[in-house]
Design a protein around this ligand. Structure first.
Ligand code: ZN
Length: 286
């Protein structure tokens, strides 16, 4: 079941890559033809039976995948050395799909990876979570005054106006690309998306963009719930998205989950607690 889903995901990713036009970038990085990493594919397919164990803030990762550079993904220079790009197959595939979809529609746009987790998961200094392969920090899609992709060297903070702070050049949060990235994850059946932590003002920008594009109300309601300003965090998340997925279906019960349990989660979601199943009129588990 999981293998079928992942393989389906991979062929989708490959298709998106094949469809994506060649990109032109003026950022000083090597042109695509010189990139040696195979694009749009998890780099260690043999490890596809990944397991998220425990909780995001107290757990570890077995058989994770490492997300790497591709035509649609770049690594944040500040984090390149530390090799914290590991996650469950579901998280890695979800991010790849979304990055490929944005790159297919916006030539030259690449997702900037900050930190996911360590190869075996566990504690990372400076993060409360990121322990069990279900969390990822990724940069915003930014553009310069001419509309070209802007590749940041470290996460940059974005003001309510959408403009990047403390930078002489005019660089902006790209509403369209950032919304497409979010929309792709909302629509992707590869993983159960739980949260995207982001500052309140940027959340509002994304919801306005969704409305401008006329996406369905259902999708906007999901975005409204999933895009969350983090509670009690010093980090206002105005410099990156923090993506968290629920426990992958076949990692339960070793993977530990707690609410909220959104009403759009399918009835057969294995981590739904008994009281939620009862409220939905489902038979108790045997
Ligand atoms: Zn984070």
């Amino acid at each position: 079941m999981k293998r079928a889903r992942i393989l389906l995901g991979l062929s989708f990713a490959a298709l998106m890559f094949a469809l994506s036009p060649p990109s032109a970038r003026g950022d000083g990085e090597p042109p695509l033809s010189e990139l040696t990493v195979t694009p749009a594919r998890p780099t260690q397919a043999a490890d596809i039976y990944s397991r998220s164990i425990g909780r995001p803030w107290h757990g570890y990762l077995v058989g994770g995948l490492r997300l790497g550079t591709s035509s649609s993904i770049r690594l944040l220079p500040a984090h390149r050395e530390a090799d914290r790009f590991w996650g469950t197959a579901e998280l890695v595939t979800l991010l790849e799909h979304a990055a490929n979809r944005v790159a297919a529609e916006a030539p030259g746009a690449r997702l900037t990876l900050g930190e996911l987790g360590k190869r075996g998961g566990g504690n990372i200094p400076g993060h409360r979570s990121h322990e069990s392969g279900r969390d990822a920090d990724v940069g915003f899609y930014l553009v310069d005054a001419t509309g070209l992709s802007f590749d940041e060297q470290s996460f940059l903070h974005v003001a309510r106006s959408g403009r990047v702070r403390h930078l002489e050049a005019e660089v902006r949060f790209d509403d369209e690309r950032n919304w497409l990235f979010v929309q792709s994850m909302l629509e992707d059946p590869t993983a159960y998306l739980k949260y995207i932590f982001i500052s309140r003002s940027l959340k509002q920008r994304l919801l306005r963009e969704a409305e401008r594009q006329g996406v369905t109300q259902e999708l906007r309601l999901r975005a409204e719930r999933i895009l969350q300003p983090p509670l009690g965090s010093h980090d206002a998340h105005d410099g990156h998205f923090h993506v968290r997925i629920y426990c992958p279906a076949d990692d339960v019960p070793g993977c530990t989950e707690r609410g909220p349990y959104y009403d759009w989660l399918p009835d057969d979601t294995p981590f739904l607690p008994e009281q939620i199943r009862l409220a939905r009129g489902l038979a108790p588990r045997g």
